[in-house]
Design a protein around this ligand. Sequence first.
Ligand code: ZN
Ligand code: MN
Length: 151
Amino acid sequence: MQHRDSIDPQKRVDEMLSRLRGRDFRITPQRLAVLKILAGSMSHPSVDDIYQEVKAEFPTTSLATVYKTVSLLKELNEVLELGFPDGSNRYDGNNPLPHPHAICMKCKKIMDPELMNIDALSEEMSRKTGYKIFHHRLDFFGLCPDCQQKN
Ligand code: ZN
Ligand code: MN
C-alpha cells in the first residue's frame, strides 16, 4: 500500500499559528495540543479522537474547546473537513488542500495516497462545464485490506 509523504508537522503548526494570530486567538496549551495533533496526524481524526488525545495530557480540556479550535482552523482553510451525512466528520490538518480519499465503509479508516491526474480531471471538469473550479471533493468508498481479510 502506498501512503503519501507526511508534510512536516512543525511547518504545519507554524502555518496554523501564523493564521490564528491574525484572529486574536489566544494560544493555550490545550489549543496548541489540538493544533499539533491535527498537523501531525495522517489518520484523519474526528473531533472526539482529538478530544480524547488532548484530554490524556490535559484532563481539564472541554470538548467545546476542541470544537472551537477545529472550526476556526476550518474557517481559515488550515484544516480540511471530510463531512459525512451521519455527522461523523473527520479532519486533515496535515494536508488542508483538497485531495481524494479512500474510505473504508467498515472500520472507517481513511487513506489519501498521492494520485496522478487530479489536476487534469479538474481542468476537464472546467472545460466541459465552463465553471471556474476552486476546489473539489472526491471520496472513494470500499473495504480496506484489513477488512477484506476479515470477511
Ligand atoms: Zn477497514
Ligand atoms: Mn487527507
